[in-house]
Design a protein around this ligand. Structure first.
Ligand code: IPE
Ligand code: IPE
Ligand code: MG
Length: 247
């Protein structure tokens, strides 16, 4: 039986988040430059979207570029930006026809203007789609997300739009970049690194983490289904005991 067939269709996570790591090492191990690793990684994004649609995942969030990644050599940063624009040009029609809605989170105004424009075009074109929401984290960091929420909350409080005595988690979550998006049940990180690297700090509070040594360019559909299969065999206790869950 293939891995895909072993997946329980009743237990598909609604939201999967991915830290796509290892493009550089993938390239290095083949004697290629880092950018060719990123190009190959872009193909994995495509196959991961396909895999999500096949099994009915409703939200896929990818960490494409962190706030900290802006500190990489200028040549790599601009190469990544170009790759992003090219990928949108190449894939947008197909994504749109497949019912994928594109959403972007992060400090987008730190990105080059042409990239911002292209992203907005993709968001607008796909805004009516409902099959899969594909969230691209760009110039994103979890601490920025939280701080940004706090700043908006302070401003709304000043304008008397918020009653601090009557403000709960749900109210807070509406200020995060992921407002209206359920928390990820599963976080995948490739390439053997086991850290969050300032990704969705608040939203990952109770996510299951899946780490694999596979570099992102090699993370094919089969590897994705393996991650889902592992997730389905975890016991999510949310603070309770195993016995409580069984009763
Ligand atoms: C992930 O691959 C892609 C981005 C961070 C943009 P890396 O570029 O981090 O690859 P490694 O970690 O150097 O192998
Ligand atoms: C994290 O990857 C961000 C992305 C995958 C885009 P990095 O490879 O930059 O993370 P660190 O700095 O090694 O933790
Ligand atoms: Mg890395």
């Amino acid at each position: 039986m293939s891995l895909k067939e072993q997946i329980d269709k009743e237990m598909i996570p609604q939201h999967v988040a991915v830290i796509m790591d290892g493009n550089g090492r993938w390239a290095k191990s083949r004697g290629k430059n880092r950018l060719s690793g990123h190009q190959e990684g872009a193909k994995t994004v495509k196959s991961t979207i396909k895999a999500c649609r096949e099994i009915g995942v409703k939200y896929l969030t990818v960490y494409a570029f962190s706030t900290e990644n802006l500190n990489r050599p200028q040549q790599e940063v601009s190469g990544l930006m170009q790759l992003l624009v090219k990928s949108i040009d190449r894939e947008l029609d197909e994504l749109s026809n497949a019912g994928v809605r594109v959403k972007v989170i992060g400090e987008v105004d730190k990105l080059p203007k042409n990239v911002q424009k292209k992203l907005q075009f993709a968001i607008d074109k796909t805004s009516g789609n409902t099959d899969l929401t594909f969230i691209i984290s760009l110039s994103y960091s979890g601490r920025w997300d939280i701080l940004n929420a706090v700043k908006s909350i302070m401003s709304d409080t000043k304008q008397n739009l918020i009653d601090p005595n009557n403000f709960d988690y749900q109210d807070f979550e509406r200020y995060l970049s992921t407002a209206d998006v359920p928390d990820p049940e599963l976080l995948i990180r490739t390439s053997g690194e086991e850290r969050i690297s300032n990704f969705l700090l608040y939203q990952l509070a109770y996510s299951e983490f899946y780490f694999t040594d596979v570099f992102w360019p090699d993370f094919n559909e089969e590897e994705f289904f393996k991650a889902i299969y592992h997730y389905q065999n975890r016991e999510r206790r949310f603070g309770k005991t195993s016995e409580q869950l069984k009763n």
